[in-house]
Write a protein that binds this ligand. Structure first.
Ligand SMILES: Cc1cc2nc3c(=O)[nH]c(=O)nc-3n(C[C@H](O)[C@H](O)[C@H](O)COP(=O)(O)OP(=O)(O)OC[C@H]3O[C@@H](n4cnc5c(N)ncnc54)[C@H](O)[C@@H]3O)c2cc1C
Length: 457
């Protein structure tokens, strides 16, 4: 389904001088994200495009656009930095792409909190926080490109989740301001549990225009690489560091076979050691070093960010979360894809070793230490050698049925088939209020069916 030229012209006339682009090449570029991590999504989404990119600069302009979208019943896909992995900001039915990156003011930085516009890049907020001796409680490894609202609406957690849990936990998000898509849009502030109605909703139920986010006192983290003789040793070390409350911000465990992708770390991550990439508080380095030794490991690199940058070495966060996958895809495109795996509790490294033995060269392991709802949660983002859709789902089924793992399927476009597993009725209830005509990111939630939409004007 695409929108007629007449309808788009009428829409443009209504939004006045709000920046608008219809050059097909530009629009096509703004219709993509990192879905190509998945050959399955690539086959499904490559070539899909919106018809117009609109770039509001203020909340008032967002309201003007939202009203015109509703009046003309145009499909609307919101875009931040476009770094999502699941085609979250790929328009499935054409229409308007609402690019939020010009709505980028930071309103206030106070002790423990930042209030900012939706489209500000995460790194810019980080810089403003640093000027007050603070840092973000958690950030995605894509912070240079990703926006604050894109992280909130499309992400789940990231660097810092080891200490502060996932985005949905505690007061990581203080409040969110949303504009509804209807002829007379409302502005709604969501607080407490209501935040979860739009967090990780892929922009299907309201346009986030501003938010309040957690800051923590800045630490001059030591970025360390520790090497171990065996993936289980590396895992056990990371578990001991987390269980023992060692003051770390990141603990990423990476299979030695990744070393050929980490060219910039040549010598620091050799092919004969499994690595733990960490961000460690300087005060905790002595304990960290002792724990590494106790697990039979050695530290090959330990420097702060300033020294790393001077030596042109990557920060630890560029070696973790989905940046790990990116390293492989850069060097061996088409060879790899990936999975997202949660393990049964209590986590047992023996299960990981059994999986490694079972899959051999088909899977390279990578684990992230995190917290979820206050409890330790260990995720894997393993590389999977790409062969076919059938084989991918065979491996997923085996890990779920045989190993008791839960797979957050990164090869699907809907919220439910990916992370959530089930329809979140609170998100759908809020969609009835914030997107009553069902125009937002159509096709991305199974919880919404055409019969739920209010009749267009
Ligand atoms: C190399 C790599 C590493 C990554 N690491 C992480 C990680 O550590 N943690 C993590 O959680 N994710 C990670 N991701 C996924 C992604 O980068 C994050 O989710 C990121 O924060 C998304 O921000 P963005 O601005 O690029 O959002 P986009 O990709 O532009 O959008 C994401 C979703 O949010 C919606 N959206 C955007 N802005 C708004 C708004 N104002 N209102 C309502 N909805 C909106 C979009 O419609 C879309 O559905 C990674 C991806 C890559 C490629």
């Amino acid at each position: 389904m695409t929108v007629s030229a007449e309808t788009l012209a009428a829409f443009r006339a209504e939004i006045g001088d709000i920046p608008c682009h219809d050059d097909p090449k530009y629009v096509a570029l703004k219709s993509r994200d990192y879905f190509w991590y998945s050959p399955i999504l690539n086959a499904q989404l490559d070539g899909l495009s919106g018809q117009l990119v609109v770039q509001p600069r203020t909340e008032a302009e967002v309201i003007t656009v939202a009203a015109a979208i509703a009046r003309h019943a145009i499909p609307l896909t919101i875009r931040g930095g476009g770094t999502g992995n699941y085609g979250q900001c790929v328009p499935l039915e054409g229409g308007v792409i609402l690019e939020m990156t010009k709505l980028d003011r930071i309103h206030a930085v106070t002790p423990g909190r930042v209030v900012c516009d939706a489209g500000v890049r995460v790194e810019k907020v980080e810089e403003a926080a640093a000027a007050t001796g603070q840092m973000l409680g958690m950030f995605p490894s894509t912070k240079r490109q990703a926006t604050m609202a894109g992280f909130v609406a499309g992400g789940s957690g990231g660097i810092g989740s080891l200490r502060h849990g996932m985005l949905r936990d505690g007061s990581n998000i203080g409040w969110i301001r949303v504009v509804t898509v209807e002829p007379t849009p409302q502005v709604i502030d969501l607080r407490g549990a209501d935040i979860l109605t739009v967090q990780h909703a892929y922009g299907t139920n309201g346009i986030i225009v501003a938010l309040d986010y957690a800051l923590v006192p800045a630490t001059d983290w030591t970025h360390a690489v520790a090497l171990f003789d065996g993936y289980d040793r590396a895992l056990r070390f990371a578990m001991a560091a987390q269980d023992g409350g060692l003051d770390c911000y990141l603990l990423t465990v990476v299979d030695r076979r990744f070393s050929r992708f980490y060219k910039r770390l040549e010598g620091y991550f050799p092919p004969d050691g499994d690595a733990v990439f960490s961000m460690v508080a300087p005060d905790a380095m002595a304990d960290f070093t002792a724990l590494v030794a106790a697990h039979g490991g050695r530290i090959s690199l330990a420097q702060n960010l300033h020294a790393l940058e001077a030596a042109q070495l990557p920060a630890a966060w560029e070696c973790g979360w989905n940046h790990t996958t990116l390293q492989a895809l850069k060097h061996e495109p088409g060879v790899w894809t990936y999975l997202q795996v949660a393990y049964p509790q209590p986590f047992d490294p023996a299960l990981v070793m059994a999986q490694m033995a079972r899959y051999g060269d088909e899977i390279y392991m990578h684990h992230e230490m995190a917290r979820m709802g206050g409890a330790v949660q260990i995720f894997a983002l393993p590389l999977l050698r790409w062969t076919s859709r059938e084989r991918t789902y065979e491996v997923i089924a085996e890990m779920e049925a045989r190993d008791g793992c839960a797979i957050y399927d990164p090869h699907v476009v809907t919220i439910e088939d990916g992370g959530m597993k089930q329809i979140d009725s609170a998100q759908i209830d809020f969609k009835r209020r914030a997107d009553p005509y069902g125009l937002m990111n159509p096709g991305k939630t199974r919880g919404w069916t055409a019969d739920m939409a209010r009749k267009a004007l």
